[in-house]
Design a protein around this ligand. Structure first.
Ligand SMILES: *Cc1c(COP(=O)(O)O)cnc(C)c1O
Length: 636
């Protein structure tokens, strides 16, 4: 689609168009020469800027082909500092009489480099880990450098899970078993008695507070997690009967992820505090209140309570939790508990971005110059052409209808064998030129008919990106998650195309046609010959890496971690080459060696039959082996 919606273009327009200042949290900017810069806090308050295109060229030098997931270690560190400092300030300002201890829920990004970085950097804040399964508990116990950090065990726990947690307590950790159902309690009681270790028990409460947004069903009566008041009584009675009520120290709740409204969070904390008080009244010592996850990321930068946004800052989140707890507990002179939270999304989202190149573009523009058909041409084609001659702002609707009518008529004629391919192609060409014409005069039409308002989307280009939505942006496919996406260079040029993005999978869901701000298309630049066009999908550090799947057998992408130094230089800390074709084949139970053997037999047969020479055989086998060890994505 040709006409550009922009009257003028400069770096400010670029920033506004892609919303980078709104969703970037100050971590990304655009340079005067039109490149996205990572704006990284170093040494507390200073920031340095690193052009993303430099990082991309460093990847190229290291033979790390697109697509690449880029992690910026500094941004991960920054997020951990942010939440800890925000709670510290809120606690100080309100004179709250206890501390904050965060834990990172491993399920949000289990990748070794990420968890190690959180454990190492987080150590200065005693930031711990949350485990929802045995493998995650094993990660936590092996990664946390100090026993000052907490471990929280959620999820269903079998004997082995419980034993591991009790061992963690023996080793000095505060390791909480969060009870999700009363049926877990007898096992905890039995194993702790058998091992002679006093457990630290928490209860996950099912609040009646419901939240807005995508995870609405994680909250409220029908939430699949947590104890209702009846079950809580059952748990308390079980512990009392075993003479273990003194082990009940924590209350946990989790209202769901990405809670867009601060009001819901406040309400949840207030309700949870009532349970907290009740548990003290029942004789439990308590002392720890865990407010779970839910701290949202403003993916579209709108700062409102929409599904992809939030109407509060991290500071407000912390202040509201601290205040809500004090307001509920202070009138009863109940000592302030250690405040805990399990922020996953907000901790890791910013630190990763996904980069891909563009392979091709499909346009919906006329391909040939539109010329008047000769007098002996098909009548319908001539009628269609006439529409181009009378199109004006007063008759757009009529012309549009006529164009569709004649185009469909030509298609019928073609299907009946009455016009040939050339005529049909000519007609489609004329049709596209009419629709383009309608689209370009549409803005000047006063009462634009409904069906003409979507023309922009109907005529949008399709940019083919070198990636798989299913592998790299699974939430975009599965739950309609919107991520900020933009070109990472050429931002000093006006984007003259409107496009949706398709991936490499041949699946009709393998596309992105939902962008921030509710847009169905993204303004992009025309591709240049012999020059790559790179786009970035930002804020992808949470949930995207491990929910991914092998649709069409596109495997893990290359991963690069960088650390930015105070002088603006940066180091490639880690690089992980993505799956080879042999890797992904072995995931679905093929044995690369036996594939090679079978193929060898086929090729050898061709030699025997005289179809190919022995030297061609060698070339074919070499190419097959090279492919097996190659990247699953498009390689240049
Ligand atoms: C998933 C989950 C979290 C993380 O939630 P975020 O919204 O990503 O912060 C925290 N706690 C529990 C129990 C979870 O299941």
């Amino acid at each position: 689609m040709k006409s550009s919606p922009f009257e003028h273009w400069d770096i400010e327009t670029a920033k506004e168009t892609y919303g980078i200042d709104h969703w970037g949290n100050g971590y990304f900017d655009v340079s005067d020469d039109g490149e996205v810069m990572i704006t990284c806090p170093v040494n507390g308050s200073d920031t340095v800027k690193v052009p993303l295109m430099d990082v991309i060229s460093g990847m190229k030098d290291r033979e790390l082909d697109m697509p690449v997931l880029l992690r910026i270690e500094n941004l991960l560190d920054q997020s951990i500092s942010n939440i800890n400092e925000a709670f510290r300030s809120a606690i100080k300002a309100a004179e709250y009489q206890n501390i904050y201890r965060g834990v990172f829920p491993i399920k949000v990004n289990q990748q070794c480099h990420v968890v190690e970085e959180i454990a190492q950097f987080g150590n200065r804040y005693n930031h711990g880990l949350e485990a929802g399964s045995k493998p995650e508990l094993i990660i936590a116990m092996a990664s946390l450098p100090s026993d000052e950090s907490y471990i929280v065990c959620n999820g269903y726990k079998d004997e082995e899970f419980i034993d591991l947690g009790l061992r963690a307590i023996q080793l000095g950790w505060k390791c909480f078993f969060v009870v999700e159902t009363p049926s877990e309690v007898p096992l905890i009681i039995r194993r702790s008695k058998e091992l002679g270790v006093k457990p630290m028990i928490g209860t996950r409460i099912k609040l009646s507070t419901t939240v807005e947004g995508h995870w609405e069903n994680d909250s409220g009566d029908r939430s699949i997690f947590g104890l209702n008041s009846l079950q809580l009584v059952e748990v308390i009675d079980q512990l009392k009967a075993a003479d273990m009520i003194d082990c009940l120290e924590m209350l946990h709740f989790h209202l769901g992820s990405q809670i867009p409204s601060i009001h819901n969070i406040r309400q949840g904390v207030q309700e949870a505090c009532r349970y907290y008080i009740s548990m003290i009244n029942e004789g439990a010592p308590m002392g720890y209140l865990d407010t779970g996850g839910g701290l949202a990321v403003d993916y579209d930068g709108a700062q409102h309570r929409g599904t992809h946004s939030k109407n509060y800052t991290m500071d407000e989140y912390c202040v509201d939790i601290v205040e809500a707890v004090m307001q509920t507990l202070d009138p009863l002179n109940i000592p302030h508990p250690v405040l805990m939270s399990e922020s996953g999304r907000a901790t890791v989202a910013y630190s990763s971005l996904f980069l891909f190149n563009t392979l091709d573009v499909a346009h919906f523009d006329p391909v040939f110059k539109v010329e008047k058909p000769s007098d002996d041409s098909d009548e319908t084609l001539k009628n269609l052409f006439e529409v181009t001659e009378r199109l004006n702002p007063k008759n757009v609707q009529e012309c549009y209808n006529d164009a569709i009518f004649y185009r469909d008529e030509i298609r019928h004629l073609f299907n009946r064998g009455q016009v040939n391919l050339r005529v049909r192609a000519q007609a489609e060409n004329v049709f596209l030129s009419i629709v383009q014409g309608v689209q370009s005069i549409a803005p000047s039409v006063e009462h634009l008919p409904e069906e003409l308002t979507n023309l922009r989307e109907d005529l949008a280009d399709i940019y083919y990106g070198n990636f798989s939505v299913f592998q790299s942006l699974p939430d975009a496919w599965a739950i309609g998650q919107v991520f900020p996406i933009m070109p990472v260079h050429r931002l000093n040029e006006m984007p003259t195309r409107e496009a949706m993005i398709a991936d490499l999978t041949c699946d009709c869901d393998g596309k992105i046609d939902n962008f921030i701000g509710g847009r169905k298309t993204l303004p992009l630049h025309p591709l240049k010959k012999d020059e790559e066009y790179y786009m970035g999908v930002f804020l992808v550090g949470a949930y995207q890496e491990t929910l991914s799947d092998l649709h069409n057998l596109f495997g893990d992408t290359n991963v690069v971690s960088i650390r930015i130094n105070a002088d603006g230089s940066y180091d490639f800390m880690r690089e992980l080459h993505g799956d080879s074709i042999a890797d992904v084949l072995s995931y679905v139970e093929y044995d690369p060696k036996s594939l090679r053997d079978k193929f060898r037999n086929t090729v050898e047969k061709a030699v025997r039959r005289g179809k190919i020479s022995v030297s061609t055989r060698q070339q074919i086998l070499a190419a097959f082996s090279a492919s097996l060890s190659g990247y699953t994505y498009y390689e240049n």
